[in-house]
Ligand binder design. Sequence first.
Ligand code: TMP
Length: 207
Amino acid sequence: MTHPGFFLVLEGGDGVGKSTQAQLLTEWLGSPVGGFAEVIHTREPGGTELGVALRDAVMHGGHVAPRAEALLYAADRAHHIATVVRPALERGAAVVQDRYVDSSIVYQGGARGLGDQVEKISRWATEDLMPDLTVVLDMEPSADRMARDLDRVEAETASRAQEIRQAYRDLARAGGDRYVVVGADRDPASVSHDIQQAVTAALESRG
Ligand code: TMP
């Protein structure tokens, strides 16, 4: 299923600056040099009204069984892609999204040990909608970050931060030119500059 829009996903461990970069990229894509008349900045979990409730349930409540957690993220994703992302892409918009299927592969499939089924569930949930480009923000997990207030999922996966970092790097390596890994331990403007270059190359290569 092709579409006239541009679907860009930002991925990476907790605290690597995805939200800041998503904001900077949204502004740039909507500027004359970025060239998109419509740019949507969204996120998973929580990019819809239903998603906000699911985000709250999965991230701020008590223990959630790992398979239930995986299905809640997939439910959020199914509704978000069907009602927000796909319609925007079909209108020709650029969609800048904070986290997508790779988050489930890395956190539920890897860190929670649920394996390959997690990806299959997400692919079914999204009817195989693939990003045009995934930017993996990469940096050494910070000790400061570990000490700060963490949500339930972050607290339970913080001890696996190195493993999560490596899992993203592996996904990017296997995914070829649909991925770019950008060093995130620098000032946000330099990181954004590198992301803009990767986006420009991706837009040029598809003509
Ligand atoms: P964030 O919105 O601050 O990035 O937090 C989302 C948290 O949810 C983060 O700890 C990663 C986790 N998460 C998963 O475990 N699986 C998923 O599929 C997604 C989208 C997020």
